[in-house]
Design a protein around this ligand. Sequence first.
Ligand code: LLP
Length: 439
Amino acid sequence: MTNSSEKIILHDNVTVGDAGRLRFAGVDTAALAKKYGTPLYLVDADRIRCRIALYQTEMKAAFGGQSRPVYAGKAFCVKAIYRIMAECGASVDLVSPGELFTAKEAGFPLERAFFHGNNKTDADIALALDSGVGCFVCDSREELIALDRLAGERGIRQTILLRVTPGIDPHTFAAVTTGKVDSKFGSPIATGAALDLTKLALQLPHIELVGFHCHIGSQIFDVSPFADAADVMLRFIASVRDETGFVASVLNLGGGFGVRYTESDPAFDYAAAIRSLADAVRRDASANGLPMPTVLMEPGRSIVADAGMTLYTVGTVKEIPGFRTYVSVDGGMPDNPRYALYRSVYTVVNATHADRAPDRAVTVAGRCCESGDLVAEGARVATPERGDLLAVLVTGAYNYSMASNYNRIPRPPVVFLSNGKDELVVRRESYEDLVRNDL
Ligand code: LLP
């Protein structure tokens, strides 16, 4: 829907339209702000469909067989995204009973779901079993034993993957590194714990182990840590075969491909990365005398991040000479906690004057009663004034899903854009919503 003659900002779904106003997925952001108010989450639904299709096509071609992406819903979890995943024939990764419930309410076929979690309670396990979740990704001895008991009570033999840690450090930021030996997730291969749990899983009568899972981290632009993880995993699969005779048919390599948040991030070629990872897996499988497994990947960020944008209205603009200019907006850390948590850098655009060159370095502040409530520091924008719309780009992943009601600020609505049309998929929270459970 984007007019090809329009100037592009960072991603081709962000363009400069009439009178210098920013357009997203071909739609005028000023018109959307007027219709829905700000702050506002916008989602380019067609971009999500294209990305999932890209993973599906490339993974099938590169790894073969049933290899496919499993969308990691933690990146962005609303009923509407599960409707898209259902329609695209995609699988999903659920990490909590709340995500499971959301998918179920959306009518997502749960036999295509993978149920994660490092500390599933008996109630979580029972809910997932009773909902017909296709595959559990089991994390611990306690979970295996509880699952075997609860599946047995229901007369079910539940398909599972076992989550293991390959001991790979992808050198991304610490909060999202998960594949190292010292991790709350999975059991380490290096200490022998993974092999012990595998033997246990193979003995339990109500569990059907089909393969292994690992996830090394997030926002990774380099294929080599994934190839290293695949190498460790295939050697592990071979050692399990040698010890027990069991040959895993599924290898889940987790999520983690990077996304371009700013001009200084590289543009990532997902198709090329998938192909080179497939070459590595094929080489490792053959070196270990193993058949090519069904390979699953769990992309979250790279499916939804650049499909998202947040629109704010500028309020106060305060210049402190010798220090900085604070531009306060009508949202902040409640709708985007990633700067406060990780110092994540975003591209900010004055959406009212997107045709103007960025001429000011500003700090974008939220309206919470907390100095750390910032969305960006040193962001270069065309000088904003009260009433201008400010767009923060690439907010589709881990923004809405991590949003809070800090300071009793209602969460913004979510509007999907598709084929030039807008559709409200999550209403703006009301003040009544905020007190709904208060007694
Ligand atoms: N699979 C597993 C088991 C995961 O733990 C994750 C992310 C994914 C898949 C998806 O990874 P992705 O493709 O999105 O990188 N809140 C942080 C990100 C935490 C990621 C946690 N796990 C952030 O805002 O950057």
